[in-house]
Design a protein around this ligand. Structure first.
Ligand code: ADP
Ligand code: MG
Length: 212
């Protein structure tokens, strides 16, 4: 059984996730070059570099403060669709994370809230070939794991696995929102870049929790 994470552990886990996006920035732009304008890694790299610095230096009282530091930095610095979308992914759940520790239930609530807030803000839905096709299933899998008594590591692993499957499923989807929309049929055959980013974030979060 993995103990709930302390606020300081959450700081480290989110910093690792930010670093993973920065490290993957070239692959993310390559993915966006197939079905978008080729800049996904540029915005994400800039935003999550700033987010890593922000979360490493933020004053943290609650776990939510760490998520807020990441989301606010991304929103401020990423630009493009990803600034609003990935900023909301992390800022959205900050309000529900009022505790000084993060357990499986808390992580499930955070991912559900994330998925809901991104849908409210961006007006896209599952099936539109966006990052929501990874984030929404991740939230559902996290909820299922937490309801079955999953600890924070079990919930994180369940979410990461569902995000991975969701990202693979975007290969067979036609884009209906954002810059890929105009491609229609030609967006078939490629993963959505934002869904790849969600997978990297959740994979790294699960790995960092395991190592914490
Ligand atoms: P831009 O589209 O401005 O060039 P990016 O390339 O950084 O921005 O990000 C593109 C990604 O943003 C897409 O792959 C998709 O996952 C995500 N995205 C775009 N619009 C939305 C939306 N309305 N809701 C959720 N995600 C979205
Ligand atoms: Mg782009």
């Amino acid at each position: 059984m993995t103990e709930p994470l302390t606020t300081e552990q959450v700081r480290g886990v989110l910093a690792a996730a930010c670093q993973a996006i920065y490290d993957a920035r070239e692959a993310l732009s390559d993915a966006d070059r197939q079905i978008g304008d080729g800049d996904h890694g540029v915005g994400m790299g800039r935003g999550f570099k700033a987010a890593r610095e922000a979360v490493e230096t933020a004053d943290l009282t609650t776990v939510g403060d760490a998520f807020k530091a990441v989301g606010s930095a991304v929103m401020r610095t990423s630009g493009g669709a990803s600034g609003a979308v990935f900023g909301t992914m992390f800022r959205g759940p900050s309000k529900v994370l009022k505790s000084e520790t993060l357990d499986g239930e808390g992580l499930a609530q955070a991912l559900e809230e994330s998925a809901e807030q991104v849908q409210l803000r961006g007006k896209a839905k599952p099936g539109d070939k966006t990052m929501l096709d990874a984030l929404v299933p991740a939230g559902l899998a996290a909820r299922e794991s937490a309801d079955a008594g999953g600890d924070v590591l079990a919930v994180a692993k369940a979410a990461a696995a569902a995000a991975h499957d969701g990202c693979e499923a975007t290969i067979d989807m036609k884009a209906t929102v954002g810059k890929s929309k105009s491609l229609g049929e030609r967006s078939l055959g490629y993963r959505d870049p934002g869904a790849i980013s969600v997978t990297i974030l959740l994979d790294t979060i699960a790995e960092a929790i395991e190592a914490a």
